[in-house]
Design a protein around this ligand. Structure first.
Ligand code: GDP
Ligand code: GDP
Length: 431
């Protein structure tokens, strides 16, 4: 869902309320921005993503242009739109301006009248019927009033999900800042493989995915090519929108190709984008594109690789491949690499084999002690895939130091092929 409305009605306060504590996890990766506009949330078991369009500034444009562009983004990106207004100011010209944009959409719009901090203010909501979106809902985001009712309404308005078709396609996306060569790469990849033309008509959301099949019969779907293709809208050139687009593509992918531009080197924005893919727990491959533009000797590739490793330390598990959309260098290796990383991302290890590895590791490097108390590891088991997630049952989780957890992760990586995927270790006290 997306939150829209003129400035100061309380959009980001509503956003933070709904995003709750879940958002703090994202902050661990260096370079991930604090002013967040995208989050995941859940209400009564229903998972959804959340966009604060108010956080997307459209360059130097004037105020009215900003809010109309933001409303347009909501229409393009969300299934449900929450239109926030303020009980304290009543209906303003700017509110009406936003409403006129939203009329052009057939997406459900819910009017949330914010700042209804006490029951006396409830009578203020009636004016907002004039916006033409049905019953306005009183909320107070600072006091947490009415948020549950709002989420009930939002969840009821989500379109019914069709049965997910189970198939063997590997879904991947290309992310990276503008001009690194994402669309050129997509075109080059599709040019070398057989694109599956779908005969399902009228699908808007799914039409942005392109399925294709390789010569040896492996099926892939490249996500979000429409986001890569330029549609010429003003907001598409803003950094925040690019980030938003990338995050939505990441959400829908098994494997994410982080594209860098060898010609220009590594920029701050590359790190942000890569950080999101890492936090989302997807399989990751780092693509250094435009390799044809670089003057090379025997050390060039190694040096560039060192640089990437240094700048993206948290992606130490991701393979790096040097490619060119122009000359098609190494692009033929890409499908099998994506498939291999996807296999690793969904790899399951049986508990007996896993525990042998952990016991060997402990024998070689004894568990740490703190104040005379030693960490004891009783049992380890894999509880999830995509990404592989392990629970380590211990006597006291506080005794598991970061460095020892890292050691265990490395032992697991040495024993099994988890290249290209993050793995999560969770310490839990044995009951
Ligand atoms: P945005 O520009 O729409 O994102 O608005 P913000 O979330 O930044 O909020 C604007 C101002 O309104 C801030 O000073 C908030 O503290 C205040 N505010 C937000 N929600 C409420 C509310 O429910 N009640 C009151 N009284 N103030 C609120
Ligand atoms: P996007 O914004 O990331 O989708 O980037 P584009 O695919 O639009 O590419 C931006 C520019 O880089 C275009 O002019 C491309 O022709 C050029 N380009 C893309 N890939 C390569 C490459 O591998 N080598 C060279 N020399 N140019 C490239």
């Amino acid at each position: 869902m997306a939150i829209v409305g003129r400035p100061n009605v309380g959009k980001s306060t509503v956003f933070n309320r709904i995003a709750g504590e879940r958002i703090s996890i994202v902050e661990d990766v260096p370079g991930v921005t604090r002013d967040r506009i995208y989050a995941h949330s859940e209400w009564l078991g229903q998972k959804f993503s959340l966009i604060d369009t108010g956080g997307i500034d459209i360059g130097e444009e004037q105020f009215l242009t900003q809010i109309t562009e933001q409303a347009q983004i909501a229409i393009d990106e969300a299934d449900v739109i929450v239109f926030v207004v303020s009980a304290r100011e009543g209906v303003t010209d700017a509110d009406e301006k936003v409403a006129r944009i939203l009329y052009h959409s057939d997406k459900p719009v819910i009017v949330a009248v914010n700042k209804v901090d006490n029951p006396e203010l409830r009578s203020e909501i009636y004016d907002f019927y004039s916006l033409g979106f049905g019953d306005p809902l009183p909320i107070s985001s600072t006091h947490g009033i009415g948020i549950g009712d709002l989420l009930d309404k939002v969840c009821a308005a989500f379109p019914a999900k069709g049965e997910e078709v189970e198939n063997n396609t590997v879904r991947f996306s290309l992310i990276g800042r503008p001009n690194v060569g994402k669309s050129s790469l997509v075109n080059a990849i599709l040019g070398e493989n057989r694109v599956i033309v779908s005969n399902i008509e009228g699908t808007t959301r799914d039409a942005i995915d392109t399925p294709f099949i390789t010569q040896n019969g492996d099926e892939f779907t490249v996500i979000d090519t429409a986001g890569i293709r330029k549609k010429g809208k003003v907001y598409e050139n803003t950094e925040k929108y690019a980030v938003l687009r990338a995050m939505r593509a990441i959400d829908r992918s098994d494997v994410v190709l982080v594209v860098l531009n060898a010609e220009e080197g590594i920029r701050e924005q590359d790190k942000k984008v890569a950080g999101y893919a890492h936090e989302a727990g997807r399989g990751i491959i780092i693509l250094v594109n435009k390799w044809d533009t670089v003057k090379k000797d025997n050390h060039t590739m190694h040096e560039f690789e060192e640089l990437v490793r240094q700048e993206f330390q948290y992606l130490s598990y991701a393979p790096i491949i040097f490619v060119s959309a122009l000359t098609k260098q190494r692009l033929d290796q890409l499908p099998s690499l994506i498939k291999r990383i996807n296999d690793n991302h969904e790899r399951r290890i049986t508990s007996s084999v896993l525990n042998d590895v952990i016991m060997d590791a402990i024998a070689r490097n004894p568990t740490p002690t703190d104040n005379g108390k030693r960490l004891r590891i009783y049992y380890t088991t894999q509880v999830a895939i995509k990404p592989p997630t392990f629970i380590v049952f211990v006597n006291d989780p506080d005794l598991m130091h970061f460095s020892y957890a890292r050691f265990l992760e490395n032992q697991i990586r040495d024993a099994f092929d988890f290249e290209g995927t993050p793995i999560h270790l969770i310490e839990r006290k044995r009951k």
